[in-house]
Design a binder for this molecule. Structure first.
Ligand code: SAH
Length: 355
C-alpha cells in the first residue's frame, strides 16, 4: 500500500487497478499514510494556510431538472427565493468585515439573473471591494455571457463536470441537458481566462470505479485551478431520494488522491462532507483539502437552498461563526488571513514530478 501511495505522490499518476486498491483498502495504517502525505503536500504548496471563501447562495430558482438536486425545477413544496442586488452587496459587506476576500455567488440556473443584471451585480461588488476575488457558480451559460461576466470583474468560475463519463452523465441529468454542453462551458471558461473549478459528487447513483477513474483522468487533462468534490446526499422529492449517500471515507480518500495528483489545486472540504460528519471539515483538511466555504447568505434563507436533505448551514458552515471556526481549525493551520487565496501556479523549476 505504501508503495502505491509513494508512487502516486512521486509520479502524480495512478492506474485503474491502483485506484481500486486505494478505495477498497482495509489497511488503516496505509490509509493514514495516504492522508498524511496529502496533508503535507497541501502544506508544501500553500504553507500552513486554509483559505476561506464566503458563499452567497443568490437564488434557488432553477430551469434545470438534474435528477440528484433538491432545487431542481420540478421539486415542489420548497420556498423559492432570489436575493436582490442590495441583499447580495450587504452579504459581501458583512463578509468583508469578517475578513473574507473571496465571494462565491452560487445559484440555480435562474433566468432572472440575465447578463445585464448579473454584470451589474458583479461590477458593483468589484467596485466596492476591489481587493476581493469574485467567484461565480451559476451553471451553464453562453460563451458570450461568461465573457461579459469576466469583463465585469468575475475572475473565477465553479462548474462541476459531475461525471466525465457520457453515459453516466445522461443517467444523472434529463434529456435536455448535454454532456457536450457541460464540457463546452468548461472549455470556454478556461479560454476566457477564468480560474476554473470542476468536480463531482462521490457516490452519485450509477457511479463506478471506472467512471471515477475517468473523472481523475479528465481532471488531469483539464488542469483546473480548483476541484470541488463532496459526497452525494439524497434529496427528498427527487428521483434519487431513496438512493444511499456517498461515504465520508471514500470522499476523504478521493480528496487525498486528488491532492497527490495535483499538489497545487485549490481543494475545498465541502459542506456536504460537513453535513455527513460533525468533523467532516477537519477530516477533509487532514486529507489534503485547503479551502473552506462558510455560508454568507442571509440566515433566514439558508435552509431554502436545499440541494440535499439536512444541508448544514449553522455552526462552522455559518460565516458569522468564522472566528470560532478559526480557533477550532487553528491547530490544523487554518489562519483566516484577509487574503484572496489565488491559485498558485507551480514554479516551472518545480513542475517536473520527481522520478
Ligand atoms: N447551478 C449551479 C450550482 C449547482 S449546486 C451549477 O450547475 O453549477 C453545486 C453542486 O452541488 C452541483 O454541481 C452538484 O455537484 C452538487 N449537488 C447537487 N445536488 C447534490 C446532492 N443531492 N448531493 C450532493 N451534492 C449535490
Amino acid at each position: 500500500m505504501k508503495d502505491i501511495i509513494d508512487h502516486l505522490a512521486s509520479t502524480r499518476n495512478l492506474t485503474l487497478e491502483q485506484l481500486v486498491g486505494l478505495l477498497a483498502s482495509e489497511d488503516s495504517e496505509g490509509i493514514r499514510y495516504l492522508f498524511h502525505l496529502a496533508h503535507q503536500t497541501a502544506q508544501n504548496s500553500y504553507g500552513n494556510k486554509i483559505f476561506f471563501r464566503g458563499l452567497i447562495e443568490i437564488s434557488n430558482h432553477c430551469k434545470n431538472d438534474c435528477r440528484y438536486c433538491g432545487i431542481r425545477r420540478s421539486r415542489t413544496g420548497i420556498h423559492r427565493y432570489r436575493l436582490s442586488k442590495e441583499q447580495i452587496l450587504q452579504c459581501c459587506q458583512q463578509g468583508y468585515a469578517l475578513g473574507f476576500r473571496t465571494f462565491v455567488l452560487q445559484g440555480g440556473e435562474d433566468l432572472w439573473f440575465d447578463d445585464d443584471r448579473m454584470c451589474d451585480i458583479v461590477a458593483a461588488i468589484h467596485q466596492q471591494h476591489p481587493d476581493c476575488a469574485i467567484t461565480l457558480s451559476l451553471g451553464e451559460r453562453s460563451r458570450q455571457s461568461y465573457q461579459r461576466l469576466h469583463d465585469a470583474g468575475a475572475e473565477r468560475y465553479l462548474l462541476r463536470h459531475e461525471t466525465a463519463n457520457r453515459a453516466h452523465y445522461q443517467k444523472l441529468h434529463p434529456a435536455d441537458m448535454s454532456f457536450d454542453n457541460r464540457m463546452r462551458c468548461l472549455q470556454d471558461l478556461k479560454e476566457i481566462g477564468y480560474q476554473v473549478g470542476c468536480g463531482f459528487m462521490v457516490g452519485s447513483p450509477y457511479q463506478t470505479i471506472e467512471t471515477l477513474f475517468e473523472d481523475l483522468q479528465f481532471i488531469r487533462a483539464f488542469q483546473p485551478q480548483m476541484v470541488g468534490i463532496g459526497p452525494f446526499i439524497p434529496a427528498t422529492g427527487t428521483p434519487f431520494a431513496d438512493r444511499p449517500a456517498g461515504t465520508v471515507e471514500a470522499t476523504l480518500r478521493l480528496l487525498a488522491i486528488i491532492r497527490l495528483l495535483h499538489p497545487h489545486v485549490l481543494l475545498p472540504a465541502t459542506t456536504a462532507l460537513g453535513t455527513l460528519h460533525p468533523q467532516g471539515r477537519e477530516m477533509g483538511i487532514l486529507a489534503g483539502a485547503n479551502v473552506i466555504m462558510p455560508n454568507l447568505s442571509p440566515a433566514a434563507l439558508r435552509a431554502d437552498y436545499s440541494i440535499y436533505d439536512n444541508k448544514l448551514s449553522t455552526g462552522s458552515e455559518a460565516a458569522e461563526t468564522v472566528n470560532d471556526t478559526r480557533q477550532r481549525l487553528a491547530p490544523l493551520g487554518a489562519t483566516l488571513l484577509p487574503d484572496r487565496g489565488d491559485f498558485k501556479p507551480q514554479h516551472p523549476a518545480n513542475d517536473e514530478p520527481e522520478t
